[in-house]
Design a protein around this ligand. Structure first.
Ligand SMILES: Nc1ncnc2c1ncn2[C@@H]1O[C@H](COP(=O)(O)OP(=O)(O)OP(=O)(O)O)[C@@H](O)[C@H]1O
Ligand SMILES: [Mg+2]
Length: 245
């Protein structure tokens, strides 16, 4: 128990959340932030990195679906001005182009070479759904090489698992504390769209929406080394990001 109590925690910056997860997310772990469109996944990530900047951490935001300028404007509207930290070199926003073959190499090189304390990957869904390009499993780790004939259609699931494993592994190896977002269809009871990332992640936080009641919720579904409630917590989104109510 002593060991557990001494585990270093990384504050999320979300008021009220850190208190119920023992002070923050366990340092060096990968947390999946899952939820339907508009549930606050990206905002959670801004808040996490903004807190990191306040605490002097070096941060990286890897994005797949939006151009960086748009992200910065959205963040600023919520009260997160990343510009000074970008200029100081304390945070980097990197657009990963899914159409480029070397996407994995760009991502892993950046994650592994940057000495980052906090990393966000927003989101893993396009990556988990892209065709798998790789040579024979076990022969090489080069995931960018195409040879689909090596696999029969029935192999899709193991290959996809390997693919996601590769991404999660890079984050794990870098010893940074990371958030990976995953899109969920509305009303889904799954924890990720691919059905695999939740097993590879050390923690899973699900954000949900109740349009009829005009309510938002946050649930900590899993967090290794942490005692936490499973009860959905009421949240609000506004200036300053997500807040427990
Ligand atoms: N300034 C604001 N004040 C209040 N609510 C806001 C504000 N900015 C955004 N929101 C709410 O947050 C939602 C967007 O949150 P966010 O972009 O984090 O969602 P997401 O889960 O990342 O969605 P997607 O899957 O589409 O990327 C908006 O739909 C809106 O409801
Ligand atoms: Mg988003």
């Amino acid at each position: 128990m002593d060991g557990l109590r001494k585990m270093e925690r990384v504050r999320t910056g979300i008021d009220g959340l850190d208190e119920i997860i023992g002070g923050g997310i366990p340092k060096g772990t990968v947390t999946l932030i899952s939820g339907p469109p508009g549930s606050g996944k990206t905002i959670f990530c801004y808040q996490f990195l903004y807190k990191g900047i306040e605490e002097g951490d070096k941060c990286l935001f890897l994005t797949l679906d939006k151009k960086v300028d748009g992200l910065l404007i959205q963040a600023q509207e919520l009260g997160f001005d990343f510009q000074p930290a970008i200029e100081r070199g304390q945070i980097k926003f990197l657009f990963l182009d899914i159409n480029k073959k070397l996407i994995y190499e760009v991502m892993t090189n950046e994650v592994l070479s940057g000495e980052y304390d906090r990393v966000v990957l927003d989101s893993i869904t396009p990556l988990s759904e892209m065709p798998i390009y790789m040579r024979h499993a076990g022969v090489t780790n080069d995931i960018n090489i195409i040879n689909p004939e090596d696999f029969s259609p029935g192999d899709t699931f193991p290959i996809r698992r390997l693919h996601l494993h590769y991404i999660m592994n890079a984050l794990d190896t870098a010893k940074c504390t990371s958030l990976v977002t995953s899109e969920l269809p509305s009303n889904s009871t799954a924890l990720s769209r691919d059905g695999i990332s939740e097993f590879l992640a050390d923690a899973v936080i699900v954000l949900s929406l109740d349009p009829t009641m005009d309510r938002r919720k946050l649930s900590v579904m899993k967090m290794r080394s942490t005692k936490h409630t499973l009860r959905p917590l009421d949240i609000e989104i506004g200036r300053g990001g997500i807040r427990l109510i």
